[in-house]
Design a protein. Sequence first.
Length: 234
Amino acid sequence: MLNLVPAFCSDLQRPWLWKGSALGALLVLGLLGLFIVAASIESQAPTPSLDRVLRKTGLSLMLTGAAVVGAFSFTADYHAGSFNRRVLLFQRGPAFASRATTTILAALVSGALTGIAFGLSGIFVDGAWHLSLATVLGFSVTAGMGSLWGFALGSLIRNHLVSLFVVPLSLALPELLSLSLGETGRLLFPVLATTWGENVAVNIPTFTSFAGALCWLLVITAVASWVFLRRDLA
């Protein structure tokens, strides 16, 4: 693991790391902006629940967007063969750990910027909501969790195009199957992550939701790491 620091520093300099995160954040902001504009046009006066509805939508978009970018941070380089060269240079463990860490770091930054943009956008909806540190934290950490989820799934799937559909589907299924899953659906990762983001954004942090989402992330990351260390890179 002596190569971990050099691998991390090298990974921070990847252009796609920051470009991909920026594109993901812009896509989320674009979609969320459409919802905000539509809400401001339809509502003559801001309703008390408008900020909550739009915040929930924004957090769901942030989770999905960060997950797709996180998956691509592995599959894009793996498909191009450059990730294999990083393994030869830094060994498997450091290459995987540094890529996961930098992916999360970039997602935290892009999520924070998205949260700031969301807070400032309340001004354009007759001051329906305001910028707050809690909102920024909710978006930032939600993006970080989504990026790790997507990275782990991407490393397991390895196929660039398949991950584009599987990763968002893994986050949307609990909502689509909410009626059939019942109370069990609340224990799945995407529900726990968005629930924590919603609560912390209004200064009601819930340790249970965060701990549950973290457990999911630890399990899937451990599985992905174990598979990566033993699976053929070809």
